[in-house]
Design a protein. Structure first.
Length: 307
């Protein structure tokens, strides 16, 4: 018969083992959130279009590698990230500010873009959560909550290409500039999720699809696709986020490139992406003389394993 002391020791050992196991499986993440209490972007959130850099702070999400992890708190080791544009090709675009802006979308009028908050979750709410992954070692297609997480809204205006009567063949690809991502301290294996790389114009039943593509230019860094739509692919060198040759739309479920990619390596302080717009070669046009507000609106967010 076991003594009382032995029984207590065994129970304590079992409890400790269980707690250790639970801790091992709990994969906490650092994420963007904007819920009125925990705010990655200091309120009030401005509306675009603007090309001014945007800075967001990360919040710790307990067990954030799973969708049920929605318990945000300040991190003991704070970190923020700044998104900015550089080397823009189109620096003066009437009614659109510049070729690349934050907080804009098509639709305000036939010539002007629509003003929206630079940080929002509008595209998340229209997406399937299983497309995205928050933790580099977490379960694929889990962890990004379409109601709690937010991203920065980016808009590439097609107006300069309309003005220049730029070709629309399926090999046409236009350089817009650089997207810079700067962390306030070194981080390891950041996960970048992009939503809605793709848009379509439709005039007289003739469609033209076009999509933003990103090329990682930071030396020594590569990308690994964790999850996403079939339209989102990487090149052989694992540095280019590309859209497949299928017909392009703006819907993550059918025609847009969407997904999560891990940046390999440790001590990441800054990332630089070349930004391009390419077409699918459809029979349509960039726009018309009367309707010139087309462009590709998409979102980007970043998650980190707790560190």
């Amino acid at each position: 018969m076991l003594s009382k002391q032995t029984l207590i020791l065994r129970v304590c050992f079992l409890c400790t083992t269980c707690l250790t196991t639970l801790t091992a499986f709990a994969q906490n993440t650092l994420e963007f959130v904007q819920d009125g209490v925990n705010n990655s972007y200091s309120p009030p959130v401005p509306k675009g279009p603007t090309s001014i850099p945007q800075t967001l702070s990360f919040f710790l999400n307990s067990n954030g590698s799973k969708d049920e992890g929605i318990y945000f708190q300040k991190s003991q080791t704070p970190v923020s990230v700044t998104f900015s544009f550089d080397d823009q090709t189109y620096i003066t675009v009437p009614q659109h500010v510049t070729g690349m802006t934050f907080g804009a979308a098509s639709g305000a009028s036939s010539s002007q873009v629509r003003s929206v908050p630079v940080v929002n979750n509008q595209f998340f709410e229209d997406s399937t959560r299983s497309i995205f992954t928050s933790h580099p070692k977490g379960e694929s297609g889990r962890g990004v909550n379409v109601y709690n997480n937010v991203g920065v809204q980016v808009f590439l205006s097609a107006k300069p290409l309309l003005t220049a009567n730029a070709p629309t063949t399926d090999t046409s690809r236009y350089y817009y500039g650089k997207l810079r991502v700067h962390f306030s301290r070194p981080v390891n294996n950041p996960v970048i999720s992009v939503m809605g790389l793709g848009a379509t114009t439709n005039f007289s039943g003739k469609r033209l699809g076009f999509a933003t593509e990103l090329e990682l230019q930071s030396p020594g860094r590569t990308l690994i696709k964790l999850s996403g739509s079939k339209e989102l692919v990487l090149d052989d060198n694992k540095t280019k986020i590309l859209h497949t040759k299928s017909s392009i739309t703006g819907n993550c479920g059918n025609g847009a490139a969407c997904g999560s990619l891990m940046v390999t390596g440790s001590d990441v302080t800054s990332l630089v992406f070349g930004v391009y717009l390419r077409t699918d070669g459809g029979p349509g046009v960039w726009g018309t003389e009367k309707v010139s507000n087309s462009g590709d609106m998409w979102h980007i967010t970043i998650t980190l394993p707790e560190q």
